[in-house]
Ligand binder design. Structure first.
Ligand code: ADP
Length: 645
């Protein structure tokens, strides 16, 4: 059986394999064939006695009985599993066929009965079809001829008389032979196809397995190892190597079947060279096409490595990533067996998988390195942050401690000063002198403001330490507001400003809270309003019943809005102004007056207000279109307080 190498749809099948497959087909056919022949046998034996005369009956009975016994013994042994089917079936077929062929031939020559002639032809031709094994075919048909010749000799017939019958016999044998040939051919074609199909499926499966094995590797050495391990399942070769490009050279990075480079050194680098280089490797890198050397000896530039069997056939397939050749898959055969087209296709598919796997691995390595670097950086940053945070925490503690100590330390001497000043103010002899009276008044005012500041600081500290205590009482907010405005009347007058309470405020339901603390809140808000509004401005206090802003619409409360016609608060500051010691202006420009336009303060007022309102589970926030000293957009400070504790 011959297959040309360019037949790339069906790979060649070994003659051994075909012979075994044919034998199997024969065995499969023999069972029905044996049944058929047995039936024919029985039929013939039945009709023989009807013929007159019935010649040679002793001979017939002997042949038929003997062969029948052999057949039955064979099947019996086969059933008991004592002999191999491959031996019994052909044997049985032969012994079944023998009497029929001999009998029919003999009868025919004796009787010249046309019916027997047709039996005879039928048997001969059927045998041609069934006996796929050539040996059996020639044996059985040889018997046929022998029977014919023997009968002729036995009857003493002359050649001239038997010539037409001999011709018929020969023609039938010829027909049987061609039928046998055609049947064998078609079976062989089928076997080859089936074999090719199985091979293709195996190859596809192996390729798929190899691909999966390759792409699951996450490091380049692991990929290369998987390449060499899977290669044998995918492609038949005696030696293999993966050459990877490093700069303008190719380096053997993995190999199988090559001796390790001598003395622990690495393999030599292969210089790729420029466009004029017609070397084997530069050619592949430049053309990005596989190179198949069907006879390596014809290449003068082939480098033979010492100590290994010289290469006979070589296939170099480029490993391509994107548009670039990243390396070469080199496959060597030491015997003169060129690669088929199909094998070259397979090598190209495998090389594609290798390239993808290598790319995956290199990406993964990059990502791993990057994430490691990132992790370290994050660690370092976290440490920095932690340090900064601890530092800030310490600072904050220190500040609170300082305020706490200072306010207590100042308070005691301050009380003494205030006591004596008040005594001096009440002394009529001193009050008589206007100069001294104004000095005393100055000291009194100063110590009062100092007292206020210390009080504010103490409240602040309590808020920070969460030790502020609320004396809960129920009262109408209008009463509180009236009291606050009454106290600020002088100041308002001095700035020629007005402050109005909208009528709706009087109708608001009572709230529950600490009267003194809330008084502080609204005093601070109104003082700020006065401070950040130019002379002749006006303040308004509105109010309404509303639900808690934001999270809980079921909680009912009272919302008071203190509005002014002042400079306003820029949006980016609207949260910041509620933090401790925060001022929008420059500290060194402060006139530190409590009531002057833009007069500075300690930056505590709003933060204390928020602390107190928070302790009431209320909300305080500001709304303002922005800050502008010319257009005076004004601010609206909202205070929401719950109606129930
Ligand atoms: P200060 O003692 O500086 O007034 P506050 O805590 O009372 O401290 O206020 C913080 C900052 O908020 C002020 O410095 C000011 O810039 C701004 N601010 C407060 N109230 C008003 C207002 N009604 N109009 C404009 N800006 C205001």
């Amino acid at each position: 059986m011959h297959h040309s190498t360019d037949d790339h749809t069906i790979p060649p099948v070994s003659p051994d394999l075909i012979e075994t497959e044919l034998n199997e087909a024969l065995l499969a056919l023999l069972r029905p064939a044996a049944a058929f022949i047995l039936g024919l046998h029985a039929f013939l034996i039945l009709i023989y006695p009807l013929q007159d005369p019935w010649p040679l009956w002793g001979y017939r009975a002997m042949v038929t009985g003997g062969s029948g016994a052999i057949v039955l013994t064979g099947f019996f042994l086969l059933r008991r599993g004592q002999v191999d089917a491959a031996r019994v079936y052909p044997f049985a077929a032969f012994f079944l066929a023998l009497p029929i062929v001999a009998d029919t031939a003999g009868n025919y020559y004796l009787t010249r009965d046309p019916l027997l002639l047709s039996y005879f032809l039928l048997t001969a031709v059927l045998f041609g079809y069934f006996t796929l094994n050539r040996r059996w075919f020639f044996l059985v048909e040889g018997f046929n001829i022998a029977a014919g010749i023997l009968t002729r000799l036995a009857t003493g017939e002359r050649f001239a008389e038997s010539a037409p019958y001999a011709g018929i016999l020969f023609a039938s044998l010829l027909a049987a032979y061609f039928l046998n040939l055609a049947h064998r051919r078609s079976l062989m074609r089928m076997i080859t196809l089936r074999h090719g199909e199985r091979l293709a499926r195996e190859v596809a499966e192996n390729l798929q397995h190899a691909g999966a094995a390759l792409t699951s590797r996450l490091s380049t050495p692991a990929v290369l190892e998987a390449v060499l391990n899977n290669l044998a399942n995918v492609l038949d070769c005696d030696r293999a190597a993966v050459l990877l490009k490093e700069g303008d050279s190719l380096v053997i990075t993995a190999s199988k079947g090559f001796p390790p480079p001598g003395g622990g050194a690495s393999y030599p680098k292969l210089f790729i060279g420029d466009a004029s280089d017609h070397g084997i490797f530069p050619q592949i890198v430049r053309t990005r096409m596989a190179l198949h050397l069907t006879d390596v000896r014809q290449r003068e530039d082939w480098i033979y490595l010492p100590g290994i069997e010289p290469a006979a056939v070589w296939l170099g397939t480029p490993l391509i990533r994107g548009d670039e050749v990243i390396g070469i898959l080199s496959l060597v055969r030491t015997s003169q067996r060129p690669y088929t087209r199909e094998e070259m296709d397979r090598a190209a598919i495998f090389a594609g998988q290798v390239a993808i796997a290598l790319q995956n691995a290199s990406l993964y390595e990059q990502i791993a390195a990057f994430s490691q670097k990132l992790e370290k950086e994050v660690e370092a940053r976290t440490e920095d942050l932690q340090r900064a945070f601890t530092h800030l925490e310490k600072l904050d503690r220190a500040k609170t401690d300082f305020i706490n100590i200072m306010s207590h330390e100042i308070r005691t001497p301050l009380t003494v000063v205030r006591g004596y000043v008040q005594m001096l103010a009440r002394d009529p002899s001193l009050a008589a002198d206007p100069q001294i009276a104004s000095y005393i008044n100055g000291i009194n005012m100063g110590s009062f403001r100092l007292q206020e500041l210390v009080d504010s600081l103490l409240v602040m500290v309590k808020i920070d330490n969460q030790t502020l205590e609320i004396a809960w009482t129920e009262f109408a907010i209008i009463d509180l507001l009236k009291l606050v405005i009454g106290e600020l009347e002088e100041i308002l007058k001095s700035r020629r400003q007005t402050c109005e309470i909208e009528p709706a405020v009087a109708d608001l339901p009572p709230i529950i809270g600490d009267f003194d603390l809330l008084q502080k809140v609204f005093t601070n808000l109104l003082l700020n309003g006065i401070k950040y509004t130019p002379d002749e401005g006006c303040l308004t206090i509105g109010g309404r019943v509303s639900s808690r802003p934001g999270n809980d619409p079921t909680a009912k409360g009272v919302e008071i809005v203190v509005s002014d016609t002042g400079i306003g608060v820029p949006p980016e500051m609207q949260e910041l102004i509620f933090t401790k010691f925060f001022q929008t202006g420059q500290v060194d420009l402060h006139s530190s007056s409590k009531i002057k336009f833009k007069g500075g303060g300690a930056g505590l007022g709003l933060s204390i207000a928020r602390g107190i309102i928070d302790h009431h589970r209320g909300h305080i926030w500001v709304e303002s279109p922005g800050q502008d000293e010319n257009t005076l957009p004004g601010s609206h400070f909202h205070v929401w307080l719950p109606c129930t504790q």
